[in-house]
Every structure is written in structure tokens, then in C-alpha cells.
Design a protein around this ligand. Structure first.
Ligand SMILES: [Zn+2]
Length: 259
């Protein structure tokens, strides 16, 4: 089997699957589908600990640590310190997910902005890329990233239009596409997938959410990242092996993970 014909799920929440045994099953199904790397993403301090633990347990799992904007209000004086310690673990490849969410507003906006800036600062200090969540907050997300001088990262589960994609690319960030690209009403996303060069695209499931077609309604898992790769190959009119090779290369470059 060609080594380049593997895929990486760059954004899964493996902590949502429960016990080590349950995660092991999910990971082995991913491997059977040639998803040879999964980055498990944290949204709180507890899931940051769990992400690091899972990365230590499973060879194909890497971790990101961070605080989701929903939980910005839970950040206390020691949270950043604890994250910093955790981030030094060898399989931590990013700070995330972090960002702003003005759609749900689970934390007050000024608090979200302050915590986002702090976590970007941490990424800078540790020279790690960032995994950004942006929902209805484009302007502030872009401004704060610029203020913090961040040059390495990805906008995860991209849902913006081509003009936002253009801005993101000009910041030298990657764009990650999730399951909605496989939906009938994928709207802007098809244009975005056409527009963004393969050298700047990443793939993700955001599992357990956003299950791609044809498994909508089931619980999502990293193995299904293949449907997203197939859809992108289709949109771009290239062979799936081309999507595989370039996204694998992008993952290695951004997250410094060996292929
Ligand atoms: Zn996520």
C-alpha cells in the first residue's frame, strides 16, 4: 500500500467517546480506513488533560490543548499555567480549540476576547500552531490574531465565504473542511473548496458532531474523514490520491508530525 494514501483527521473530540476501550475501537476503525493520524482537540482544562492522556496511550493520536470560547468564563488564574505545563508534553501539536463564538455567546464577549488573546500568547511562547474556532466573529478573530502576531494555524470547520477564505489565506493560515461539505445544502463551502489551493487545505471530522453524508444521523468518528476527502477530490476534479498526498503534507508542515 502506498504510504501517501493515508489521511489525518485534524480535529476530533475523542474524549467524547468515553473510556480507553471505547476510544481504542474508534481508533482501530480509523486505522482500518487508513486514517493513520488523529488530532484530538480539547475544549476545557479537563479535556486538555484527557487529550494528552489519549495521545500518550495511542500511537496514532496527537493532542491539542486549549479552552473553547464557550468556556472562556471558566478560565481562572491557574488555567493558563496548567495548560502551559500540559502543552510541553511531546505529543501536543497545537493550542486549540480557541477563538470566539458570538453565535451562542456562552461566555461574555470581552471574556472570550481576553482568553483568546492569552491562549494565542501561549501558542506564541511555545511556538505551537493554533486551531481556531470562529463563529460569527470574523472581524474580532482576525484582529486579535494579528495583534498577537500569530502566523501558524488553521480555521477549523470553516463555514465562511470565499472572501473570508481569501483573508485567512493572506494570514498564511490553513482552512479545514468538515462534514458539511458532503451535505446537499453545502452552500458557500463548495466555492470555498474550489478556491482554496490543496496546499492550504486540511480535513477534519469534528467528531462526534457533523457526521458526513451518507452516515448523517450516526455518531461521527475519525474513520469518516474519508468521505470529506472524496468530496473534495470530486469538487476539485482530481484523484483522491492527490488530496491525500497534499493534505498529509500540510498536516506534517503545520503540526510538525512525521508522515
Ligand atoms: Zn471542535
Amino acid at each position: 500500500m502506498n504510504k501517501a494514501s493515508n489521511l489525518t483527521d485534524t480535529h476530533a473530540h475523542l474524549d467524547f467517546f468515553g473510556s480507553d476501550q471505547a476510544v481504542e475501537k474508534v481508533i482501530s476503525r480509523a486505522l482500518m480506513n487508513r486514517v493513520n493520524r488523529t488530532i484530538t482537540i480539547a475544549d476545557r482544562l479537563e479535556s486538555s488533560y484527557r487529550a494528552v492522556e489519549l495521545a500518550q496511550k495511542f500511537d496514532s493520536v496527537y493532542a491539542a490543548v486549549g479552552i473553547h470560547p464557550h468556556d472562556a468564563k471558566t478560565v481562572g488564574p491557574n488555567t493558563i499555567k496548567e495548560l502551559k505545563e500540559l502543552a510541553k508534553s511531546p505529543k501536543v501539536v497545537a493550542i486549540g480549540e480557541i477563538g470566539l463564538d458570538y453565535y451562542r455567546d456562552h461566555s461574555p464577549r470581552p471574556v472570550q476576547q481576553k482568553v483568546f488573546a492569552q491562549l494565542l500568547g501561549l501558542a506564541n511562547e511555545l511556538e505551537l500552531p493554533v486551531v481556531v474556532h470562529d463563529r460569527d466573529a470574523d472581524k474580532d478573530v482576525i484582529r486579535i490574531i494579528a495583534e498577537q502576531g500569530i502566523k501558524k494555524g488553521v480555521f477549523h470547520c470553516f463555514s465562511g465565504n470565499v472572501s473570508l477564505a481569501e483573508t485567512v489565506l493572506s494570514m498564511n493560515f490553513y482552512i479545514s473542511i468538515a462534514g458539511p461539505i458532503t451535505f446537499k445544502n453545502s452552500g458557500n463551502l463548495v466555492d470555498v473548496a474550489k478556491f482554496v489551493p490543496l496546499t492550504k487545505l486540511l480535513l477534519e471530522t469534528d467528531s462526534p458532531y457533523l457526521t458526513p453524508h451518507p452516515y448523517r444521523g450516526r455518531k461521527n468518528e475519525p474513520a469518516y474523514v474519508r468521505f470529506i476527502a472524496e468530496r473534495i477530490a470530486d469538487i476539485k476534479g482530481v484523484d483522491i490520491s492527490v488530496v491525500e498526498a497534499s493534505t498529509q503534507e500540510n498536516v506534517s508542515l503545520l503540526f510538525s508530525i512525521p508522515k
